[in-house]
Design a protein around this ligand. Structure first.
Ligand SMILES: Nc1ncnc2c1ncn2[C@@H]1O[C@H](COP(=O)(O)OP(=O)(O)OP(=O)(O)O)[C@@H](O)[C@H]1O
Length: 290
């Protein structure tokens, strides 16, 4: 079995992609012998012909995309191409935008999240979100993480265990375990972002949407969040909007490239960066535009 698998998978050793990025300022390295088995994947989100308008302006022009379970999926593309808009359609965050109209289907766990009877609060518990700028509540570290479970009716006696577990999972526990009653606003920017991740994890989501989670962070804090996203995919599906192509290449299993409201190309990250099918993708990832 193992032999068959190793025969059937492409092995990238000294690829043009590695050369390209090594000669640029980045540190992208897919490792000496990364293997990408063609395996059957189970999708957690299936999007069909999704269109979105802000008033008269069409921001998404018919997006069709499958997102597999337990992966990191990056959305890339130039400013204004619609990647954040698309991300927000996956847990109906655009519902709050006046004059926003949506057409098409987003199936999560077998049900269209745009059906009339969908409980949006429950949807956002299952599909959590971490924003560009860390936004802790002006309360203690403990209360920030306990907030979600509390409003979802978790008994008080269970909160300390949930908070500890979420903070450990967000790789923050060791840094805050002796100051849980301190204000969350006393944490550094990177710690605040990990606290926001812990807050999201505390309500036990299946999918976590990250909207440029590192854009306000220094390289060390960015590295910690990237490492965390890669660890979390064993239990969650991670979807991340990023402007940083090196980041997409470093952390994601799959990448989708958007341009002017269209999905130009999507697939395994290694294949997209190594051998893009569309010249517009190639131009974007090689820095010729955007
Ligand atoms: N609330 C809104 N009302 C009206 N237009 C909007 C709104 N949000 C986004 N848009 C428009 O929709 C288009 C897509 O925006 P979106 O923020 O999704 O792009 P993006 O690719 O995430 O950009 P960036 O990388 O700059 O964040 C843009 O033309 C933008 O101006």
């Amino acid at each position: 079995m193992a032999e068959n698998l190793s025969e059937s998978v492409p092995v990238f050793t000294d690829s043009p992609l590695k050369k390209r990025y090594r000669t640029a300022e980045s540190f992208v390295d897919f490792g000496p012998e990364q293997k990408f088995p063609s395996r059957p994947v189970e999708n957690t989100i299936t999007v069909s012909d999704l269109k979105l308008w802000y008033g008269p302006v069409q921001a998404l022009k018919g997006i069709t995309l499958n997102i597999p379970k337990n992966c990191v999926y990056s959305f890339i593309g130039p400013s204004g191409c619609g990647k954040s808009t698309f991300l927000r359609t996956l847990n109906r965050m655009n519902d709050m935008v006046p004059n926003c109209k949506i057409d098409g289907e987003v199936i999560v766990d077998g049900a269209n999240i745009y059906d009339k009877d969908v409980d949006v609060v429950d949807l956002r518990k299952r599909v959590g979100m971490v924003f560009q700028k860390a936004n802790p509540f002006p309360m203690s570290i403990f209360e920030n993480v306990a907030y979600g479970p509390r409003i979802h009716g978790v008994p008080k006696k269970d909160l300390p265990g949930i908070v500890e577990h979420a903070l450990k999972r967000a790789a923050l526990w060791d840094e805050v375990k002796d100051r849980l009653k301190s204000s969350a606003l006393s944490l550094s920017g990177g710690q605040q972002q990990r606290l926001c991740i812990a807050r999201t994890l505390a309500v036990d989501p299946e999918i976590i949407l990250f909207d440029e989670p590192c854009s306000a962070l220094d390289p060390i804090s960015t590295g910690k969040i990237e490492e965390l996203m890669m660890e979390l995919k064993s239990d969650y599906t991670i979807i991340v909007v990023t402007h940083n192509m090196q980041q997409a290449a470093r952390i994601s299993d799959y990448t989708a490239f958007f341009l002017s409201g269209d999905l130009v190309e999507a697939g395994e990250t290694i294949h997209m960066f190594e051998n893009p099918k569309d010249t517009r993708t190639e131009e974007y990832i090689t820095g010729r535009f955007g």
